[in-house]
Write a protein that binds this ligand. Structure first.
Ligand SMILES: Cc1c2[nH]c(c1CCC(=O)O)Cc1[nH]c(c(CCC(=O)O)c1C)Cc1[nH]c(c(CCC(=O)O)c1C)Cc1[nH]c(c(C)c1CCC(=O)O)C2
Length: 366
């Protein structure tokens, strides 16, 4: 791979490695914490910056992505930054039109309908050409972060992206996409394989550009059952981790990978044996049973119900304390069980971060 030869080596020295250490199960003074969608509409400065600009135009501007990534870190002592972008830049790179419609969310004017439509997709995607703007955003942000905390890169997982490409947007049942799994299994595998190939190159490009950890979002795991998950999600999640790691090892790099399969609790044992260092959890799993079921094989990330942020600060603090006691402070990264919602109070996000730091320091002294 050409881009691994171009790794910029003049990045500022990392000052807070708690997140990276926790990914590897090493001891830390405090439990590291970050929030999914920490760069988002709950922040007034985010809304002001995004006002009147097209969402995907914003994603294509490295300077804008850098600014939006840094905004939450100016307010809160998060232990990691996640690059501002979106999972749907991959279907765009494969030739599909995707719009962000206010009040409706992501919309594909021409979703995939039948297997023949796969012929309309770009067969060989040049990720440097199509997604180079994300790589530029990562390099710029890594410099501007000045080593404060590590920078996380991310991608959507194949099944989640396939579901968007067929549904054409959000869905409660995902029945159009699931119809493919039952009616067109071969075409489904073909599409999942195409996506996997692009995702592997995309993640390697992000590392070459400066990403220090990678998260794979299988946001639509919950509409699959264990059997469909085994066939249409897990093999591709494994393939992605194995291929990315093999390539990185060749260039002597070690970048932790996180898999987050939302509502995929039935797959927890398998996910803990899929070559990822960290398994992300939503709030439907009890911390202690997650530890038992993953048998100390991986670090865990999550999983406070985002809606707990509607509680008063004292209650948030109690919930965080219980969560920390359940997971333990080693091999654990505190986060929410899904992203922040636009109507959440930034003050309570601050209370969440502070509770994680304070309680975990205290637990570590015991
Ligand atoms: C499913 C998914 C998407 N995008 C993403 C996922 C996986 C995570 C998950 O399960 O939520 C991933 C994502 N999207 C965004 C990030 C940035 C980093 C971060 O977490 O702060 C990340 C990691 C920015 C964004 N992506 C989006 C926003 C909000 C819209 C805006 O800024 O105008 C942000 C901050 C838009 C988006 N993009 C997507 C949706 C469903 C939406 C919301 C649409 C709506 O509610 O109107 C697709």
């Amino acid at each position: 791979l050409i881009f691994l030869d171009h790794i910029p080596k003049d990045f500022p020295k990392l000052k807070n490695d708690a997140f990276l250490r926790a990914c590897h199960g090493q001891e830390t003074n405090h439990v590291p914490v970050w929030c999914m969608r920490q760069a988002g509409r709950y922040l007034p400065e985010f809304r002001e910056f995004r006002a009147g600009k097209d969402f995907f135009e914003t994603c294509r501007s490295p300077a804008a992505c850098c600014e939006l990534t840094l905004q939450p870190l100016r307010r809160f002592p998060f232990d990691a930054a996640i690059i501002f972008s979106d999972i749907l830049v991959i279907p765009q790179a494969m030739g599909m039109d995707v719009q962000m419609v206010a009040g409706k969310g992501p919309t594909f004017p021409e979703p995939l309908k039948e297997p023949e439509d796969l012929l309309l997709l770009q067969p060989k995607v040049d990720v440097n050409k199509e997604l180079g703007y994300v790589f530029k955003a990562i390099t710029l942000t890594r410099h501007k972060l000045d080593g404060k905390v590590p920078l996380i890169g991310f991608t959507g997982a194949p099944w989640t992206l396939m579901a968007y490409m067929i549904e054409g947007g959000g869905s409660t049942t995902h029945s159009k996409a699931k119809r493919w799994l039952y009616r067109h299994p071969e075409a489904s595998h073909k599409l999942l394989k195409m996506l996997t190939d692009v995702i592997v190159e995309y993640l390697l490009g992000q590392v070459a550009a400066g990403a220090q950890a990678l998260q794979v979002f299988e946001s639509h795991a919950g509409c699959l059952g264990p059997v469909e998950f085994q066939e249409f999600s897990l093999p591709y999640l494994r393939d992605i981790a194995r291929k990315v790691k093999d390539q990185l090892k060749e260039s002597g790099q070690d970048v932790p990978m996180i898999v987050f399969a939302k509502d995929g609790h039935y797959g927890l044992e398998d996910l803990s044996q899929s070559h990822y260092e960290v398994v992300g959890l939503d709030w439907t799993i009890d911390p202690r049973s997650a530890r038992e079921r993953t048998g100390g094989k991986v670090s865990l990330q999550g999983n406070m119900d985002p809606c707990a942020l509607y509680a008063p600060k004292e209650r948030i603090s109690e919930i965080v304390k219980k969560m920390l006691e359940g997971f333990g402070t080693r091999g654990y990264i505190a986060n929410l069980g899904h992203g922040l919602y636009p109507d959440m109070d930034p003050e309570n996000v601050g209370a969440f971060v502070e509770a994680v730091h304070t309680h975990s320091r205290h637990l570590n002294l015991k």
